[in-house]
Write a protein of this length. Structure first.
Lengths: 118, 351
């Protein structure tokens, strides 16, 4: 089988399958069509004018450092809604080695029980 | 491999890609018009004409395409294109208008799930690359929303695939296998309830996939001035507008393929062109009904949720609901198979 033919083959994992080459061809064709369609649009704007300032509802723009949104805020909504879980997990992390060993023993014994029963 | 076969396959792919692009854009905008008209009527307004989305796109094409001074311009300009192109590519893997997917043996449901992430990711990248606090907050919210709805969505897809694998269907993630063995015909009463629950969950996942009210906090016009899209204008905004329309068709077609893959023509005993026409019309009606329930009704009836409420909705009640659906299908397999309907009716005193 030549390299060309093997590339045309569909990857199969036993339950899933896909062909990256065909997908790339499709993407390329659709990209061309959409690029041509987009070309009909107006591409001009007034560079270095008020127009290019970020929209801040009329508020002044502070320095980049002050306006920057930190990485710790990235998952805010996510951590906020699951706070009750994180708080409990935090409580478990006491930093005391004997507590961690106790958890280890508890979980191993539960696992043995489950494996033994099933 | 024969060169003629490869050439034929390439030609089908090229023509299919062109056809699907036109179909996706035209019907995406058309359904957007219907959605706007219907939601207006539900709120006691007259609403815009059906052609309004087409006029909107034309208007956006004539407007200036502003690139903010803080933006990373090449990413800012590229991501709207990537979002639209990927969304259109999904249509080639979905059964449309009663026909098998054009690339039915070239990609499966798992691929569709991954491709569905790319338009949302492109919006996130566009938001971060815009260099404005509003867009950054919008992008951050979109990321949290994505993590939220992927969990119940995965449970729904896995439940369907698991049921098909138990029934001995080969290639359980292949959409042509799924439409060949409609799920409703393979289950008992408990499994039927299970699939109803999964359908309900998927209908609630859809507005978040499409960033519609009540799950539109990444855009939230009244709060963060359009969020992710705050800095986008002109033809770039038109690309996102078209992506929204095409993605609506994609999600509706996915629900139709998974839950309502039936065609009218075999029932009416039709053949040839009559059969094609009836099936196309029937498919368009099914897509309309899915959009009506999963987009229009929900967005008119419910107010916008906060981002932490969105994450909670998907990770706790909806995930539990999907798991209940999965358990119903599993019990249907065990209880109904082992005992059957009659002993069950006897047990509850009906016989």
């Amino acid at each position: 089988m030549s390299i060309f033919e093997s590339l045309l083959n569909t990857f199969e994992t036993g339950s899933g399958f896909w062909n990256p080459i065909v997908w790339l061809v499709v993407i390329l064709i659709v990209f061309l069509i959409i690029h041509i369609l987009r070309g009909f649009g107006n591409k001009n704007y007034k560079v270095d004018t008020e127009q290019t300032k970020p929209f801040l509802s009329g508020n002044p723009e502070y320095s980049k450092e002050k306006m920057h949104i930190k990485g710790s805020n990235l998952y805010w909504g996510f951590t906020e809604s699951l706070k009750w879980i994180f708080d409990n997990l935090n409580k478990m992390h006491t930093g005391n080695t004997s507590d961690y060993v106790l958890w280890f023993v508890i979980i191993i014994s539960v696992l043995f029980l489950v494996v033994g029963l099933i | 491999m024969d060169l003629a076969v490869v050439t034929q396959a390439a030609l089908i792919t090229i023509i299919g890609a062109i056809g699907v692009t036109i179909f996706g854009i035209v019907f995406g905008l058309f359904y957007k018009g219907i959605d706007r008209k219907l939601s207006a009527h539900m709120q006691g307004r007259i609403g815009p004409p059906l052609k309004q989305p087409f006029l909107d796109v034309i208007k956006l094409f004539t407007k200036e395409n502003i690139v903010p001074e803080n933006a990373i311009s090449w990413i800012f300009n590229l991501v709207p294109l990537i979002g639209l192109v990927t969304t259109i590519s999904i249509l080639l893997y979905l059964p449309i208008a009663g026909f098998d997917p054009l690339l039915y043996n070239k990609g499966d449901l798992i691929l569709i799930l991954y491709l569905l992430i790319i338009p949302s990711l492109s919006m996130v990248i566009g938001g971060f690359s815009s260099g404005s606090p509003y867009t950054t907050i919008g992008a951050q919210r979109e990321m949290a929303t994505m993590i939220a709805y992927e969990f119940p969505l995965a449970i729904i897809i896995i439940s369907i695939a698991w049921k098909l694998s138990i029934d001995g269907v080969s290639n359980v993630f292949s959409l042509s296998s799924i439409i060949a063995a409609p799920i409703w015909s393979t289950v008992g009463p408990l499994g039927f309830i299970g699939f109803i629950i999964l359908l309900l969950s998927l209908i609630i996942v859809t507005p978040a996939e499409l960033s519609k009210i009540p799950f539109d906090s990444p855009e939230a016009e009244t709060e963060i001035a359009g969020g992710i899209l705050a800095e986008y204008s002109g033809r770039n905004l038109a690309m996102f507008y078209l992506t929204d329309g095409v993605k609506t068709i994609v999600m509706a077609s996915l629900i139709v393929a998974l839950f309502f893959p039936y065609n009218l023509s075999p029932l009416l005993g039709l053949e040839s062109y009559f059969a094609f026409s009836i099936d196309i019309i029937f498919y368009l009606i099914k897509v309309f009904l899915v959009i009506l329930f999963s987009v229009t009704l929900i967005r008119v009836a419910i107010a916008r949720l906060k981002i932490d409420q969105i994450v909670y909705t998907y990770w706790v009640p909806l995930t539990l609901l999907s798991l209940v659906g999965l358990i119903c299908i599993m019990w249907d397999q065990t209880i109904m198979t082992n005992f059957g309907l009659e002993p069950l009716f006897e047990m509850i005193g009906l016989i």
